[in-house]
Design a protein around this ligand. Structure first.
Ligand SMILES: *[C@@H]1O[C@H](CO)[C@@H](O)[C@H](O)[C@H]1NC(C)=O
Ligand SMILES: *[C@@H]1O[C@H](CO)[C@@H](O)[C@H](O)[C@H]1NC(C)=O
Ligand SMILES: *[C@@H]1O[C@H](CO)[C@@H](O)[C@H](O)[C@H]1NC(C)=O
Ligand SMILES: *[C@@H]1O[C@H](CO)[C@@H](O)[C@H](O)[C@H]1NC(C)=O
Ligand SMILES: *[C@@H]1O[C@H](CO)[C@@H](O)[C@H](O)[C@H]1NC(C)=O
Length: 705
């Protein structure tokens, strides 16, 4: 209704030329933003090409060069930009070796641990700049022992091994990638008494299923020598500065204190290729593993061991206090400069980073260029838009976390929303995750942008088809990318979008421009679509007079999560009543503020010039701060950095994003112990969640008790 009233206003006003409405409405600029006339796949492709010419791990000179490119590009678009640098503890490999001793007559294998270039590889001459394969923050040391195959290294996989009578203790675990975060693979193996961990890329999961499947550069699949490197750190931010920014000469924890924090691994680990994994599997005897533990087509029979194959895994890393650089560009808001809409993407990459993360960086620069073009046509954002290009995300979300920690108070009082893009494109198919009050906005925006793979429909059409209706929007409880500090530490509404999700050459040397232009996005139209959607969501958040948040969705989402808890707490004598009541109150508060918004908008129209700006601002502040109310000063039990009691990684699992992580962890514990005290802790966590939800309701209602 509001929009219709405004657009007729434009027609009238242009004909009679009222001074106060002579500029086009914001919605005109928003349509222009996503039009073909402003978008450019050639320049996106060019940005990506330049950003990925060399491997650029965090702390390297090549990554500083990439930062300079981002800075100068933003500056060329008239966006005032600067570098926010930190001095953070990063680790690099010094030496590694892996020896497999096989039962005679097979000779030992001394693995080369090298990713190979291919005939005609344009990056062959810079391949030596790729760091040797390793795990960030891996423990230095040697592990020698018989190998046990542990499938994906999940808690349930160890239960299966116990049922088979296999004792992992004292052995070296061989796990495959693909179901849980690699840091959890190492932690779970440690908990079972393994002395070291090897993690391989199985052809079944990353090689097109095995058999006759070809690999890069012929197909998109991981080559035999390809290795998924990555961090095995379980925290967020520089491990030596928990909760405070890593400025030069700041206070730092000692190595012993870092170990006491419990987020760095305590046994050595190495990532290995599918070829090496295959050779080790062939040296393992013992019971045959179950069907869902087996490999792909043409793979040997997987057995669990232990041994007789014995490995000697040696890793030595060095920790270096390295300068990292976030690039920050600021487009100041014309009417509410002290309200921030933040777009973020990281720049550092384990290798060349064509998909992860520079497809996102190329899109960020495209967004910047389109906003520059809009400004030239007369548009100014109502609120401030901040473009962030983070560093050291791969090591543990470090650049974004240090910046959020340093600017905590400013951000907590001013940020409207944070919009993350990490891997912008790795293939076809749109995916989104968000805090629930943003769901509706994402849907609206997805309806306005064309599907890059079928221009007779919108992104929304293909999205809903791919998730088989209803739409699937993931939540942000995982630690997968730079939204974590915004959502989980300070309680900012956030979203994360991508095309294509996972991809086989993830974190390997083959994530380069050639892979992207052959397989990830041959026309760079998916990149264009991400830039369109990302920027459009940002424009709505920056320009809409009343923030486009719907907390009713949040209440419904929490209801679903509470339902899921019901079965879990049945036996413990725990009541969910306080939680259910707080969620009901949230629903009422959401309905109330939605009605207020409607009334406020309807009271406008011709009188919009004379509306009460303070009233709009007050309503917006309630919408903005309600997410903050889900945070708690103490944070989660034993994990004080995680302040958000609805969304945080759960302790024992994956990238997965669970609601009520504190309750979840307490239940996990209580199920094991089954004591009165342990079930009391579950009840306590339920009370705590109920209290923050009640805070959010009070905030939305804008009333004092
Ligand atoms: C394994 O190979 C490396 C490099 O080729 C070599 O330095 C090392 O001595 C070898 N180790 C053994 C036990 O043969
Ligand atoms: C597993 O092995 C370790 C030592 O290698 C031993 O201490 C432990 O008791 C064993 N556990 C079981 C269940 O056999
Ligand atoms: C394991 O390998 C390391 C490095 O090659 C070597 O120093 C060590 O002696 C080996 N240990 C055993 C028990 O073979
Ligand atoms: C493209 O979209 C249209 C409209 O939704 C649909 O009918 C058609 O099947 C789609 N084409 C392909 C190749 O998916
Ligand atoms: C950009 O898109 C056009 C039209 O889809 C296509 O012909 C061109 O090759 C694309 N450019 C790049 C760099 O992919």
């Amino acid at each position: 209704m509001f929009k219709a009233a405004i657009s007729s206003l434009i027609i009238i006003s242009t004909s009679i030329s009222f001074l106060f409405v002579s500029l086009p409405q914001k919605s005109y600029y928003h349509s222009l933003y996503i039009s073909n006339s402003l978008s450019d796949n050639e320049s996106i492709s060019n940005h990506l090409y330049i950003l990925t010419r060399r491997p650029h791990i965090a702390g390297s000179e090549a990554n500083a060069e990439a930062a300079a490119y981002v800075l100068s590009t933003l500056t060329s678009f008239n966006i005032p930009s600067h570098i926010a640098s930190y001095h953070t503890a990063l680790t690099y490999p010094e030496s590694r070796s892996l020896l497999l001793i096989r039962p005679p007559p097979d000779p030992p294998i001394n693995f080369s641990l090298q990713q190979e270039t291919y005939e005609g590889d344009p990056y062959a001459d810079v391949a030596s700049q790729v760091q040797p394969t390793f795990h960030g923050y891996a423990k230095s040391g040697t592990a020698v022992g018989p190998v046990v195959y542990v499938n994906y290294g999940r808690v349930e996989d160890y239960l299966t091994l116990k049922e088979m009578g296999v004792n992992v203790s004292g052995n070296v675990a061989l796990a495959r990638y693909g179901k849980i975060y690699r840091g959890d693979i190492v932690e779970n193996a440690y908990a079972e008494g393994a002395t070291g961990v090897l993690i391989f890329t199985d052809r079944k999961d990353y090689g097109g299923g095995g058999g006759d499947a070809k690999w890069f550069p012929d197909e998109k699949w991981m080559p035999p020598s390809g290795v998924q490197v990555g961090s095995v750190y379980n925290g967020a931010g520089d491990p030596t500065t928990p909760g405070w920014p890593s400025t030069e000469d700041c206070e730092r924890l000692s190595d012993e204190q870092v170990v006491d924090m419990g987020d760095v691994p305590l046994i050595p680990s190495l990532p290995i290729s599918w070829a090496d994994g295959d050779a080790i599997i062939r040296s393992i005897d013992g019971k045959v593993a179950g069907d869902d533990w087996q490999g792909g087509k043409g793979a040997p029979v997987y057995r669990v061991g232990p041994g007789p194959g014995i490995v000697n895994l040696t890793y030595k890393g060095k920790q270096v206090i390295s300068r990292i650089e976030n690039v920050i560009g600021i487009i100041e808001g014309a009417e509410e400069p002290d309200r921030f809409v933040i777009l973020g993407n990281h720049r550092d990459a384990w290798t060349f980073g064509a998909a992860d993360p520079n497809s996102g960086t190329a899109c960020l620069l495209e967004v910047a260029e389109r906003l520059y073009k809009l400004q030239k046509k007369g548009w100014k954002p109502r609120r401030t838009i901040i473009l962030c290009n983070w560093d050291a995300e791969e090591y543990g979300l470090i650049g974004s976390t240090e910046w959020v920690e340093e600017n905590r108070q400013m951000l907590a009082s001013r940020v409207v929303a944070y919009l993350n893009v990490d891997v912008a494109v790795a293939g076809a198919g749109f995916e989104a995750a968000a805090t629930p009050q943003l769901d509706e906005l994402l849907v609206q925006a997805a309806k306005q942008v064309l599907d890059p793979d079928n221009s007779s429909q919108s992104i929304y059409d293909s999205w809903i088809r791919s998730t088989n209706n209803p739409l699937k929007i993931e939540r942000l409880g995982g630690g997968g990318s730079d939204y974590a500090a915004f959502v989980q530490h300070i309680g900012v509404p956030a979203a994360d979008i991508a095309f294509g999700g996972g991809y086989p050459v993830y974190h390997s040397m083959y994530d380069d421009f050639i892979w992207m232009s052959k397989f990830g996005d041959p026309m760079f139209q998916r990149h264009v679509a991400v830039a369109s959607l990302w920027g459009l969501v940002a424009l709505k958040l920056a320009d809409d007079e009343v923030l486009p948040f719907n907390y009713l969705t949040y209440a419904l989402e929490l209801q679903k999560s509470a339902e899921d808890l019901k079965g879990e707490v049945l036996n413990g004598g725990v009541t969910l009543v306080p939680l259910l009541k707080s969620i009901n109150d949230l629903e009422k508060a959401a309905i109330k503020i939605n009605d207020e918004r409607k009334a406020l908008m309807e009271s406008k129209g011709w009188t919009s010039m004379w509306k009460d700006d303070r009233k709009v601002r007050e309503l917006n502040d309630r919408l903005m701060m309600a997410e903050r109310a889900f945070t708690d000063r103490e944070g989660l039990p034993g994990r004080p950095w995680y302040k958000h009691l609805i969304y945080a990684p759960s302790k024992h699992n994956d990238y997965g994003s669970k609601s009520f992580p504190g309750v979840d962890d307490a239940i996990e514990k209580a199920k094991g112990l089954n004591t009165t005290d342990s079930w009391h802790s579950v009840q306590h966590e339920i009370w705590r969640v109920s209290r923050v939800i009640t805070q959010a309701s009070l905030c939305l209602k804008g009333e004092l008790t």
